[in-house]
Design a protein. Structure first.
Length: 206
């Protein structure tokens, strides 16, 4: 009985260590470099690993919050429904009288409020089209969606790379203002991961 109890405890500790390691990996402030994946000899496996690393940005609340599966955007790391209640509207810009620009200016607005430290801002602030919804999807599902022109805004892989590597609205995720956790790494490092992913066949996680 003692051996079984010890073994069970050891297994539990092992699971905790693994879970802790996974959480730590998700919370790493940097992104792995493309070079760090060269040891993976199989191109398909390397491609998947590259996308999984890039997925730490793609599946982050800063990105998913603007790719909701409903007509309502999300907020905060908890991905709660947007308050005040707003809806997508035409072009993802909200509805008349409650458009995104009603509260979201061209830059982040710093507040004195201790709870809500800032309001996000960007000249092109809007929701992604419903066809590009990521909320509630696995990384593999998002990957396959990203590659599908009917669900990615009509982009080919080269345009996907350009969008992710250079679009300054995407770049907001690294500069979200006080009170919000930025996505990991830099947009440059993210863009290099996406480029390498495409170069290795643009394979998706299962």
């Amino acid at each position: 009985m003692a051996r079984i109890t010890f073994a069970s405890a050891a297994a539990s500790i092992g699971l905790v260590v693994l879970a802790t390691g996974w959480v730590a990996a998700q919370n790493r402030p940097e992104l792995k470099s493309v070079d760090s994946f060269e040891a993976i000899s199989d191109p398909k496996a390397r491609s998947v690993a590259l996308f999984e690393e890039a997925g730490r940005v793609i599946a982050h609340p800063r990105c998913v919050n603007c790719h909701p599966a409903t007509e309502r955007p999300l907020q905060a790391d908890s991905r709660r429904p947007h308050e005040p209640p707003v809806v997508r509207g035409e072009g993802g810009m909200g509805t008349p009288g409650m458009q995104c620009v009603t509260c979201h200016g061209p830059t982040n607005a710093i507040l004195s409020n201790a709870t809500l430290k800032s309001v996000p801002g960007h000249p092109k602030w809007h929701l992604a089209p419903i066809e590009m919804a990521w909320e509630g999807k696995s990384l593999g599902e998002i990957c396959r969606q990203i590659k599908h022109p009917a669900r990615n805004g009509g982009r080919d892989l080269a345009a996907i790379h350009e969008h992710m590597a250079n679009d300054d609205l995407v770049g907001w995720g690294w500069h979200p203002g006080p009170g919000r956790q930025p996505v990991p790494g830099t947009q440059e490092a993210f863009g290099l991961l996406i480029k390498a992913w495409i170069g290795t066949g643009a394979e998706c996680p299962g």
